[in-house]
Design a protein around this ligand. Structure first.
Ligand code: NAI
Ligand code: MG
Length: 815
């Protein structure tokens, strides 16, 4: 009996234990590990004896220095392989191989290149799991992400660009390849960044040297094998591993025609300065502190999942991470509560575990950066929220983190943390949301959450960022451009605009090494005769904020004609005048907010008023250049015609609707750059001025113009036309004086967003160098000169392209 009782008692206990376990499992929702098999990836490492060479001219080549460094698995800190440290000599070899391969790669034509790109897409697709596993091993990002996001996007890029390769000679026939391209990529999306760089570059007929990031070279090296497998011609793709110094050698190489860089803003600025004046084309995809804006009518449960994607995808090591959560006051506490609850359920662990949400931080260095910034956030008085669970200790892990009570000026609200750390701020009105969102030096992306489509589409154009995601975040596709405003860099990757980074207009080959000035020899007039002839004799002022302005310094400069005859006097502007002009340009938003049609009307009106004063403008040209009256009249007529061209284009140079692969439509909308400095050419005093200023304002920019230093009067006369043609005050500001001195002030000015410079080689270098501080968009002529009289060189969409930047707006669409 006793035995029965005891047994019965034990049974009940056992039963209870089982029930407890099940209950516990329900409570914790703890899963067992579900590791992905890494055998094939290990086999790949072993096939290179865990020691990788450089991939140059289609062959594995030992690094000249014999030096190497280790790459590790950040989930376990285990050593994965040794990677070669490429030096200058290796970079020279790789660039030479790319240069040698270039002519043949161009010659084989669009269709053959398309076949190679297609083969690359197919081959990566066939080995997609190997790539996914290797990427997760080397970088620490969850296999779920590499398998379902990274590698599919890579494949998509090669397919999409196989298409562009095929179409290059028909759709893009006015353009040609740039040449040898140096590409430098970061560690956060190693293979994805490789595909965004390599696919468009080789599709357009360029050859490349790519330097992977030092933490994550492995998938690039596996890609090299894929190139061999499909028989890609030697030298078309070269891969040189190494650290920043290796990248710098690539940047400095004289035979590299373009640098495409993704990484930190700090290094982006170094590269901008290093390439200044070299004529190398440059695209920079840099950091961000992207706002994730939640309005009170948003679906908060969707928002929570959006937040997970925005800041915990890839451990927050995402350049466009929605790292600043801006929430409307009325729902802030409710949302924070939901986010905290969701943080609690996120699972962190080894990247190869199929059941985890958050993997490892790429390296101890990055982990320290995150920890230091979080500590600073706490010290600065923000409230730290983290889940109650602890991170595994064997790798470099950091928990999902939310900061509340953050002041907009605190370090964590301004600096890119590049980790799983979200900083939250509240706003009351829509206006305040926009202001907070734009309170950053960056401008990569923004995410807008509301159930009101009107509100979303009202806010999207007001945020200064290259991508706007509406009720979604971190979605990418090869068919849509991606890239930044402001200090997030310039240039786009993906879409038609991404191709432009790897092309140059064929017409550029027609530019000459000397300015083509249309100077007359016919008239040799004396001062008196000239004054009598034209009846023009006065000192011109500058034009700022819609008003004639005396120079701050109180100086004027005498201007003589080409033949040395006196023409008149012009105000000598200084840095204060430039500052006033920039301020005036900033205070006017009427022009930017006008429609294309509205701007076209004003431009036609400008042309009409210039036509009325045709004689007077021709006389002025005669006076300055001593060309014949008929030649001068021709320049005025061409100027009128040019204004017509841009008036015509003002409502036609519009965007595109991209059919991206998600349930979205993506609107690619050209927007103005903002305040632009325009430094006019010295040749063709009127036509040069018109050719530079009119396209810039056509796109809605406000401009500060420095006219030709030697022949400024056509520009200063023009303000009378501006005054009578409904151009808002502040849209065109004209500051006369020493061209290069004034241009330097403009290039350094932090409130100028873009600058065009037509002039000397040294001047071009100065512009690119000085503009690096706030990452202005620059367009310079590198000492090459256009024939402004020639329509093919002097006008067209190329000008509008440089006067605008494209914002891609992702809108949910379809089922
Ligand atoms: P980084 O900008 O230093 O590195 C990016 C790439 O540039 C790497 O391949 C590197 O070797 C190379 N590089 C470094 N110095 C160079 C130089 N002087 N010339 C040419 N190439 C050079 O970025 P890092 O050190 O990996 O990360 C530092 C911070 O940068 C991160 O904490 C994060 O805030 C940010 N970052 C931003 C990325 C983005 O996509 N916007 C990507 C990676 C990092
Ligand atoms: Mg690694």
């Amino acid at each position: 009996m006793l035995l029965v009782v005891i047994l019965h008692h034990l049974d009940i206990q056992w039963h209870n234990i089982n029930i407890m376990k099940i209950k516990e499992i329900y409570d914790t929702m703890a899963y067992g590990p579900a590791p992905e098999n890494a055998d094939e990836a290990i086999q790949f490492l072993e096939s290179h004896k865990r020691s990788f060479k450089l991939f140059i001219n289609g062959k594995w080549t030992a690094a000249s220095s014999g030096e190497s460094f280790k790459t590790i698995n950040p989930s376990t800190k285990e050593h994965l392989a040794n990677i070669s440290e490429g030096n200058e000599a290796d970079v020279n070899k790789a660039v030479a191989a790319a240069k040698k391969a270039l002519p043949e790669w161009v010659k084989i034509g669009a269709h053959q290149r398309a076949r190679y790109l297609y083969a690359l897409a197919r081959q990566i697709q066939k080995h997609s799991r190997l790539f996914a596993v290797l990427e997760s091993l080397d970088n620490g990002k969850p296999i779920r992400e590499t398998r379902d996001i990274d590698i599919p996007i890579v494949v998509r890029h090669f397919y999409h660009h196989a298409g562009w390769a095929q179409l290059r000679d028909t759709e893009l026939k006015e353009y040609k390849e740039v040449g040898v391209i140096g590409q430098i990529i970061p560690w956060n999306f190693p293979l994805m960044m490789l595909s965004w760089k390599i696919a468009p570059a080789i599709a357009m007929g360029n050859t490349i040297v790519l330097k992977p990031a030092e933490f994550t070279s492995l998938t690039a090296l596996l890609f090299a094998e894929i190139c061999q497998q499909i028989g890609l011609p030697n030298g078309v793709v070269n891969i040189v591993t190494g650290h920043g110094k290796t990248g710098a050698a690539l940047v400095d190489h004289k035979d590299v025609n373009k640098i495409a860089f993704t990484g930190s803003t700090e290094v982006g600025k170094i590269i901008r300065r290093a390439t200044a004046g070299s004529g190398k084309k440059l695209s920079l995809e840099l950091g961000g502190k992207s706002p994730f804006i939640v309005f009170e009518d948003a679906d908060l449960d969707s928002v929570v999942e959006g937040v997970v994607d925005a800041i915990w995808f890839n451990q927050g090591q995402v350049c466009c991470a929605g790292s600043r959560l801006l929430v409307q006051e009325s729902v802030a506490d409710k949302l924070y509560k939901k986010i905290r609850a969701r943080m609690e359920t996120l699972r962190i662990g080894n990247a190869l575990d199929k059941g985890i949400d958050i993997g490892a931080i790429v390296d101890s260095v990055q982990l320290k950066v995150i920890k230091d910034l979080v500590k600073l956030g706490v010290d600065e008085g923000s409230t730290l929220n983290q889940p109650s669970w602890k991170c595994p200790t064997e790798g470099y892990f950091y928990p999902p983190t939310l900061f509340t009570d953050v002041s907009p000026s605190s370090t964590i609200a301004q600096e890119e943390i590049f980790g799983p750390v979200l900083v939250a701020m509240r706003f009351r009105s829509h206006k305040e949301a926009v202001k907070l969102a734009n309170n950053t030096r960056y401008g990569l992306a923004c995410s807008i959450w509301t159930e009101n489509i009107n509100l979303a589409l009202d806010i999207a154009p007001q945020i200064k960022a290259g991508t706007a995601w509406i009720n979604c975040t971190n979605v990418f596709d090869a068919a849509a451009g991606f890239g930044g405003y402001r200090e997030s860099g310039f240039g786009r990757e993906g879409g038609r605009e991404g191709l432009m980074e790897y092309l140059k207009p064929r017409i550029n080959d027609a530019f000459s090494d000397k300015p083509q000035i249309n100077l007359g020899k016919a008239i040799k007039a004396t001062n008196g005769q000239m004054k009598q002839q034209t009846g023009i004799d006065r000192t011109t002022k500058m034009y700022i904020g819609g008003k004639q302005a005396r120079p701050d310094g109180g100086y004027s400069t005498i201007i003589n004609s080409i033949n040395g005859t006196y023409v008149g006097e012009v105000s000598k502007g200084n840095r204060k005048d430039i500052r006033n002009a920039v301020e005036a340009a900033h205070s006017c938003n009427k022009w930017e907010n006008n429609t294309g049609h509205g701007r076209a009307q004003v431009l036609y009106y400008l042309a009409e008023n210039l036509a009325i004063r045709r004689e007077e403008f021709a006389d002025r040209l005669v006076q300055m250049t001593n060309q014949t009256k008929s030649e001068a009249t021709k320049e005025v007529d061409l100027s009128i015609e040019r204004i017509y061209t841009y008036a015509a284009l003002a409502d036609k140079y519009d965007g595109k609707v991209h059919h991206t692969i998600h349930r979205n439509v993506t609107l690619a909308m050209p927007e103005s750059i903002g305040v632009m400095g325009i430094v006019c050419p010295d040749e063709a005093p009127l036509l040069g001025f018109i050719s530079a200023v009119i396209p810039a304002i056509t796109m809605g920019n406000n401009v500060v113009v420095i006219p030709s230093e030697k022949m400024p009067f056509s520009a200063t006369d023009f303000y009378q036309i501006l005054e009578t043609s409904d151009v808002p005050g502040g849209t065109v500001n004209i500051v006369t004086g020493h061209k290069n001195e004034l241009a330097q002030v403009l290039a350094k000015h932090d409130d100028v967003d873009g600058i065009w410079y037509f002039g000397s080689k040294e001047g071009c270098k100065d512009m690119e160098l000085l503009s690096a501080d706030n990452m202005k968009r620059t367009w310079v002529n590198y000492g090459k000169y256009r024939n402004w009289q020639d329509k093919a060189q002097g006008e067209g969409e190329e000008f509008l392209k440089h006067a605008s930047q494209i914002k891609n707006i992702w809108i949910p669409y379809g089922a």
